[in-house]
Design a protein around this ligand. Structure first.
Ligand code: GDP
Length: 444
């Protein structure tokens, strides 16, 4: 996700670190490099111009902070400006005072609208809403069936015209859907509309008619981040033809540049509200400009990481593990439990991407694949409870037995045990240094 841009910006800003004082010439040359990085990432020209002008003005201006060195100040300014371009505050969905809240989706065919409808419905359901999906894409053969499949996967009902009634009138379907939503007490109704391969008047008119008929609380414009500069022109066409209150970026997983999508907010004035980064229903989340900016600047997305961690970690268990850790008493049993919890958060490569410096750890990430973790789990499971509780007792003959039982080489068992001791020692030292936990004697 925005890898190229992230790599470039990180290295430009890194070059500043060695400088004690920044001259105007340093700022100019940094601004020039940032400009190139943005243009190469496909960010729209007017957006780049404004961005660079702001950076220069602020960096040369009187923004001096005693706490930050000059390079850090530039990073801070770039970060703040990036957050500004991405929309500033997180924009949340606005719910109607009188349910149902009506959300209408608009966008080109293939932008990921139908998939998004399912993702959004599931996301809402997880937050205790009772959404219903509505199939108003009556143009494309199979669109209705596709939405029904998506709805089933998301566990959300789909309102669709009865088959055999000809093509049907999408405006009428939308109207009836709202009635049905009220009757069946759905608090959110999500309307999937027809898309075309290119922007055309008929498409716009149909979407505008549906909008007029149902008066949606939100119109979300769905845009594929991979279509490059077309994202901006398409957004402008939808803004003028239908109007929208928020943007959803899709396919962020497949895109190395993505800058055009980042320009959509600045160009249309409407906020990016959600981001989709994969084909599965769970590859989706609310869009947070501050988190995205820090991810792009290689500062990681620690907040998102903490949120996913909170979903899978049992607080009490984590607390116990932390206490044992600082006392040097962590066992392989705890290690296994923690590993299983971490894996519930998703593929390990995704997690690394959220950590500070994670973007630079891509090569390392390629080595820590999930198969490797499977083997580690198998090794620990091949140990007796006594061995897990006190790994010191794992001597040569025990290692041979464990290797044999879990189908790995003895060297792999050695490696795991040695690394475990190293990690335990390092974590205990870190805990001591940062002043949390009691410290306690090291048991090895
Ligand atoms: P629609 O025509 O706008 O309704 O688009 P669809 O929902 O049918 O999506 C078009 C294609 O894009 C499908 O093959 C989806 O699986 C795929 N797709 C949708 N969202 C994403 C995403 O975030 N990432 C990736 N990689 N593929 C996606």
């Amino acid at each position: 996700m925005f890898d190229t841009l992230s790599d470039r910006l990180t290295s430009v800003l890194q070059n500043l670190r060695s400088k004690g004082r920044l001259t105007d010439a340093d700022i100019d040359s940094t601004a020039r490099e940032i400009r190139i990085a943005l243009l190469e990432a496909d960010v729209a020209l007017p957006v780049v111009r404004d961005f660079i002008a702001q950076i220069k003005q602020r960096a040369k201006g009187a923004e001096v902070s005693a706490a930050l060195n000059p390079a850090q100040q530039v990073v801070k300014i770039v970060n703040e400006e990036l957050i500004g371009i991405l929309g500033g505050e997180t924009r949340r969905l606005q719910f109607a005072k009188q349910p149902p809240t009506v959300i209408m989706l608009a966008g080109l065919q293939g932008s990921g609208k139908t998939t998004l409808a399912g993702k959004l419905a599931r996301w809402l359901r997880n937050q205790n809403h009772a959404p219903m999906l509505v199939a108003c894409d009556l143009q494309r053969p199979n669109a209705v069936t596709q939405l029904q499949v998506v709805g089933e996967r998301a566990g959300v009902p789909v309102f669709a015209p009865e088959p055999g009634n000809g093509v049907g009138d999408p405006v009428d379907v939308a109207r009836r859907a709202i009635e049905e939503g009220k009757r069946a007490q759905h608090d959110v109704v999500i309307i999937d509309t027809a898309g075309r391969l290119g922007v055309d008047e008929e498409l716009m008119k149909q979407a505008a008619d549906i909008r007029d008929a149902v008066q949606p609380d939100e119109v979300l414009f769905v845009v594929d981040a991979m279509i490059g500069q077309d994202a901006v022109t398409t957004a402008e066409a939808f803004r003028d033809g239908v109007g929208f209150s928020g943007v959803v970026l899709t396919k962020l997983d497949g895109d190395a540049r993505g800058g055009a999508a980042l320009s959509v907010r600045h160009v249309t004035g409407q906020p990016i509200m959600f981001a989709s980064n994969g084909e599965k229903l769970e590859d989706f989340d609310a869009f947070h400009p501050d988190r995205m900016a820090s991810r792009i600047l290689g500062m990681g997305d620690v907040l998102s990481l903490i949120e996913s961690a909170e979903k899978v970690f049992d607080q009490e268990q984590a607390q116990q593990a932390a206490e044992k850790l600082t006392a040097g008493q962590l066992t392989l049993e705890d290690f296994l439990e923690q590993m299983l919890a971490v894996r519930k958060m998703g593929p390990i490569g995704n997690l690394l991407g959220m950590l500070p410096g994670g973007a630079q750890m891509k090569d390392a990430a390629a080595n820590i694949d999930d198969k490797h973790l499977d083997r580690l789990q198998a090794i620990i499971r091949g140990m007796t409870p006594a061995e897990r509780a006190d790994p010191k007792i794992i001597n040569a003959s025990r290692r041979a037995r464990i290797a044999n039982g879990s189908g790995v080489r003895v060297a792999e068992v050695n490696d795991l045990v040695n690394r475990f001791f190293e990690a335990r020692k390092m974590m205990q030292q870190m805990a001591g240094r940062f002043g949390f936990g009691g410290g306690g004697g090291m048991s090895r």
